[in-house]
Design a protein around this ligand. Structure first.
Ligand SMILES: Cc1ncc(COP(=O)(O)O)c(C=O)c1O
Ligand SMILES: [Zn+2]
Length: 438
């Protein structure tokens, strides 16, 4: 079965530092190799994701010594402006892809006012090509797949990744093989199916789907496939750093004091924190570089929030039951790293009920004109909860992430909203209605 791990270059090699002198000349740009996040063993760049020595997750290492902020600023208005900070070739922007990123950072003054906050921003990643932040991670994984000579983009998905993989593969003329739980929202499964790739619905949870995909790697039938969030995970995960880079650049190369991110596998939160750390090490940031990371989960799938509350370093798996299906990962691969980023930065993680999620979606829509998917509702509701608990400082500048579009999760709100009235096409009916309301 599955050859999950890479061959170590050396026994217990320490992680290389950010600016170590080396070059690759490879299809991975400034990336030097892969490194185990647990034991520091080093590996060649390849379709490996787990350490052969300790099974720890592998992460990309770079040589950032020649990168300048001016070059980033002169780049295109998409994630490829950060290509030298990502494991992609210099020409990544020219290869067919969906060109995600550079999404708006809105000043959310009306929501701030309602919540009693001094300064709040919303990073709106629903503006990406397939309407979620997953286009970022897929674009980076797609570049890696090409560099590795793979012909098919595959994934295990809670929905948004499915859509992003199918669309990116279609744009590039690659094959796609998407595996999802069979109970996903139509806004995610129907959209994905329309791109025409292979879509396999599994009678089981996301965690079952993820395990199935891990077991398929190495089977002859999947030769040439890159599972973006399994064997290409080190590259895929780096794509989420672009959310952090953009927030800092859009604020004028400053960090916000607080960030609230949704947590499913825990990768996004971890990588936004990593991006802030890299920019700080590169010396590109103005002002204070301290920031606090906050995580948001649905109570019906809150293993990371639970571990945070219990003071645990490990995350105990749960069986998800929530309307926030995009966040329904019961056994989150990067949960411990998200916990670490939150604790190290002095933040917190909380979870909210399905009712609070719907209220969060409606509050954001009513105050800012942004219709978020359930993950966005989780973030807004968690922001409100952490403010009430005194964990988030209302006077500190805060950025919240909206990672997906509400049109994909209409099911969540359909029973809660509707027409103010249904009337006949008659002015008197309108007059009677408005008169009755005043
Ligand atoms: C809309 C949305 N937001 C947030 C996340 C969480 O991402 P991560 O798995 O990196 O924690 C997901 C994951 O599927 C998602 O679909
Ligand atoms: Zn290891």
């Amino acid at each position: 079965m599955t050859p999950v791990s890479g061959q170590p270059l050396s026994g217990q090699a320490p992680p290389r530092d950010l600016a170590s002198p080396a070059s690759t000349g490879s299809g991975f740009g400034t990336a030097l190799g892969l490194c185990c996040r647990e034991c520091g063993a080093s590996y060649d760049l390849g379709a490996a994701y787990a350490c052969a020595q300790c099974f720890g997750p592998l992460e990309v290492e770079y040589d950032f010594s020649a990168i300048r902020r001016q070059d980033v600023e002169a780049g295109p208005n998409n994630i490829w402006r950060y290509r030298e900070l990502l494991p992609v070739p210099a020409g990544a922007a020219e290869l067919p892809n969906l060109n995600p990123g550079w999404t708006p950072l809105h000043s959310a003054d009306r929501l701030a006012n309602e919540l009693g906050m001094r300064k709040l921003w919303i990073k709106d990643d629903s503006a990406n090509p397939t309407h979620s932040f997953k286009d970022r991670v897929v674009a980076v994984a797609q570049a890696a797949a090409r560099s590795l000579g793979l012909h098919t983009l595959a994934c295990a998905s809670t929905g948004n990744l499915a859509h992003a993989v199918a669309a990116a593969a279609a744009r590039a003329g690659m094959g796609s093989a998407v595996v999802i739980p069979s109970d996903l929202e139509a806004g995610k499964s129907v959209t994905t199916a329309t791109y025409g790739g292979l879509l396999i619905a599994v009678e089981g949870s996301y965690d079952d789907v993820n395990r199935l995909c891990s077991e398929l790697i190495g089977e002859p039938i999947t030769t040439g496939w890159g599972f973006v969030n399994v064997n290409l995970r080190p590259y895929y995960a780096e794509g989420s750093k672009s959310v952090g880079y953009e927030i800092a650049e859009q604020l004028g190369w400053r960090l916000p004091e607080q960030v609230v991110a949704p947590v499913a596998s825990g990768s996004l939160l971890t990588k936004v924190d990593k991006a802030f750390g890299e920019l700080s090490l590169l010396g590109w940031l103005e002002g204070d570089t301290s920031h606090r990371m906050f995580g948001a989960q649905a109570t019906g799938c809150s293993p990371v929030s639970h571990a945070f509350a219990q003071g645990w370093d490990v995350v105990r798996p749960v069986k998800p039951d929530t309307i926030a299906k995009s966040l329904a990962i019961g056994n989150p691969a990067d949960g411990p790293f998200a916990l670490d980023a939150v604790r190290r930065s002095g933040g917190a993680i909380a979870d909210v009920s399905d009712e609070e999620i719907v209220a969060g979606i409606r509050l954001l829509a009513r105050t800012e004109g942004i219709f978020a998917e359930t993950a966005g509702g989780v973030v807004v509701a968690t922001l409100r909860k952490l403010l009430a608990a005194g964990d988030i400082d209302p006077a500190a500048e805060t950025v919240i992430l909206n990672t997906g579009d509400g049109l994909k999760t209409l099911d969540a709100v359909v029973d809660h909203v509707g027409p103010t009235a249904v009337i006949s096409p008659d002015p008197d009916a309108v007059i009677a209605l408005l008169g009755g309301m005043s």
